[in-house]
Design a protein around this ligand. Structure first.
Ligand SMILES: O=C(O)CCC(=O)C(=O)O
Length: 280
């Protein structure tokens, strides 16, 4: 049965994550797979690799930008947010090679971003078959109280490689120092998901083109891809509601602020409108 926009919103609000099968058709899928292969072969300065887990925050690939802004992914984001006026924020390529043992550590994305006051979601598209073992896993309901200790708080980011928390000392907010300071409070999640959370985790095997939509403050993680004989490529598109405002975190945000200047003029940055392009 097809899910409606109100089903999307209900799942997002209740659980913090849900799946939309066959979100992307074969033409878009082929373009996205090509872009992913290109990025892997020639990473941007924002590309990095952790033992077979490659990610790139800044491919600049026009097909991906188009898919993010105009394609079916943008429509899904608008329906999940219940608002036609959503802003494409950025795209993020994530590749786990076949046999890659690198886990995606427990984290939530929201406090990596310099955005406050609205809602940010991700639409994570599988570009290959993803078995249950390699699936993204979600701590159901962790985006909101009562699991989140306080309404409006964000989970404090951690470094993927070391598991260390971001803080002002080790990662000062150098590229965004001119932004107004965020008034957010931060909550600290455990380094690893507790056993009962693992047992109750929300996760879905995916076919190429399936999408997982999640709130940027939902805690999530993934095992390696070592039980699988094929690569696990994905692209996460991030979207923000128009109320979002740029704000300085106590640490360097990711992507760093200078990254945005290639997107459009920084003049409109503090109002968000005119900075993050709206979806047509
Ligand atoms: O694909 C993964 O394993 C991690 C994805 C992720 O953390 C994200 O898209 O925020």
């Amino acid at each position: 049965m097809m899910m409606s926009s109100s089903d999307f919103m209900e799942c997002l609000n209740r659980d913090g994550a849900f799946k939309v099968p066959a979100a992307v058709d074969a033409t878009w899928l082929a373009r996205a797979q090509r872009a992913c292969t290109k990025a892997r072969a020639a990473p941007s300065p924002r590309g990095e690799e952790l033992d077979g887990f490659f990610s790139d925050l800044d491919t600049g690939d026009e097909d991906l930008r188009k898919l993010g802004r105009e394609g079916p992914v943008a429509r899904i984001a608008a329906e999940a947010l219940g608002n036609d006026d959503v802003r494409f924020y950025h795209e993020h390529i994530l590749v786990k090679d076949a046999g890659c043992a690198t886990v995606t550590p427990l984290h939530a994305d929201a406090a990596y971003y310099p955005l406050d006051g609205g809602r940010v979601i991700s639409v994570w598209i599988a570009l290959d078959h993803v078995g249950e073992d390699a699936a993204l896993r979600f701590w159901r309901g962790s985006h909101a109280p009562p699991l989140l200790p306080k309404q409006g708080a964000l989970w404090q980011p951690r470094r993927f490689a070391s598991g260390d928390l971001y803080d002002a000392e080790s990662t000062p907010p150098s590229s965004s120092s001119f932004l107004p300071a965020s008034a957010c409070e931060y909550a600290v999640a455990p380094v690893h998901p507790p056993d009962d959370v693992c047992e109750e985790a929300l996760f879905w095997a995916c076919a190429p083109g399936d999408a997982i939509i999640f709130d940027a403050n939902t805690l999530h993680w993934a095992k390696g891809n070592d039980a699988s004989a094929w690569v696990r490529r994905a692209i996460a598109f991030r979207y923000a509601t128009p109320e979002c405002r740029l704000a300085r975190r106590p640490w360097e945000s990711s992507p760093p602020f200078r990254w945005y200047t290639h997107e459009s003029s920084v003049d409109g940055a503090l109002t968000a409108r005119g900075w993050l392009p709206g979806i047509p």
